[in-house]
Design a protein around this ligand. Sequence first.
Ligand code: ARG
Length: 463
Amino acid sequence: MSKLWGGRFTKETDHLVEQFTASISFDQKLALEDIEGSLAHVQMLGECQIIKPEEAELIKKGLQSIKTKIEEGEIEYLVEHEDIHMNIEKMLIDEIGPVGGKLHTGRSRNDQVATDMHLYVRRKTKEMIKLIQNAQKALLKQAKDNMEAIMPGYTHLQRAQPIRFSHHILAYFWMLERDRQRFEDSLKRTNWLPLGAGALAGTTFNIKRERTAELLGFDQVYPNSLDAVSDRDFMVEFLANAALLITHISRLSEELIIWSSQEFQFIELDDAFCTGSSIMPQKKNPDVPELLRGKTGRVYGNLVSLLTVLKGLPLAYNKDMQEDKEGVFDTVDTLEGSLMLLAPMIETMGINKDKMFASVSQDYSNATDIADYLVTKGLPFREAHEIIGKIVLYAIQKNQFLLELSISEFKSFSTLFEEDIYTVLDPKNVVEARNSTGGTSLYQVYHQVGLAEAILEKEPVKS
Ligand code: ARG
C-alpha cells in the first residue's frame, strides 16, 4: 500500500509500527471537522489563485461527496493511511483523481490536526454550555418549587443552622454558573486558527490565513506559526473546566446519596434513576449519583494525562501530541452523559419537606440565635457564646431541646431572657432572621432566584 509520504522510503513500514503509530482508530471522530477545515482551506487556495478556481471547485465537490458518505456510514478507514487526515486525502484522490493531491498545498498535517481539534473543542464547548444550562434550569426549578422547605444546614456534616432547601440547591446553581463562564471564557482562546502555520515555520505560498479564519468563524489566526502547531492549551483548559465541573457534579451527587438514605430520607430519587439489588429485594440504590461521583476519576486522569504529555516537549510538533485526543474524547463523552442524566434526575426527585422540618425541630441548630438574642440585648458575643454553651449542655443532659426549656430555666443562665426567646428559637424564624445579602431568608432566596433567572434569560444558548 503506497503511503502519501512514501517517496523518501525504500522499505515498507513494519506492520507493528504501522499499528503503533496510527491514530485512525480514534481520530476518525474528527472526520467532519477535517472536511470542514479542508473546505475552507481549498476555498482560500482558489481565491488566492494558488490553485485554479475550477480545481478548487472540483476538490470541494469531492470533499462534499466524502462527507455524505461519512454521514451515511459508508466509509471504511484504513490503518495503512495512519490517521483521519491521510485517509480522507486518499479518498479524495480516489474520488476525483490526481487533482485531489492539490488540497494539501500550503498546509501540513501539523496545522491541520490542530485546526481539527480547535473545531472539535469549540463545538463541544458550546454543547457543554447548553447542557450546563439545562442542569441549572433543573436546579432553579427545584428551588422555586420548594421555597418553603426548611432543612438542617451542616458543617462537618453536623447540624449547624437551619436553612431553606432552595438555598442549598441554589448553591449548586452558582457552581455550575462559574463552570459555564469558564467554558465561555476558554472558548475565546479556542477560537484562534492554527491553519496556515504549515509544518512549523509558515508557508512559501501566498496564502491568506485571515480568509480561512473568516470562513471557519475564528476570531483570529495564531500570530506565531510555531505556537500555532504546538499549542494544546485550549484542550488543557477544556479538560480543566471539565474537571472542576465534574467535581461540582460529584459533590451534589454525594448529597443526593446521603439525603436519599434511610437515615436522612430528605429526598426520594425517581425510580427511573435508581436500580435494585440482585439479592436484597428491598434495596433501591442511587446508582446514577454514585456513578456521577465515580466518573471524576477518569476526568481528572484525562487532565493530568495531557499535562504530562505536554510537559517537556520542545517546539514544535512532536508525535507525542497524538496522545492529546483520546482523553478529550473520553471527557466529552463522560460529561455529556453525566449532564444529560443530571438535569432530569434533579427535576424528578421528590422532596420530603416534613422529614426535613422534623429534623430541624429536633436539634440544637437554633443555639446561635440565642447567642445573637443576648448580643442584641447588649452582651458581648463571646460572653453570650459561653452562656449558650452552658444552656445547650444543660438541655442535652436533661434530654430536652432548647424550645422545651422553661423561661425560669433560661433566666437562671441570664436575666436578659424574656418570653420572646421562644419566638426567636422557632426554626422558621431562625431561617427568616438570616436576611443579610446571600442569606437563607425567604426574601434573600427570592432575590437569588431573580438573579439566577436573569442569567438564564440573558445568556442565549449558543448554536
Ligand atoms: N495523527 C497525527 C496527530 O494526531 C497528525 C499529525 C501528524 N504530523 C506529523 N508530522 N506526523 O498528531
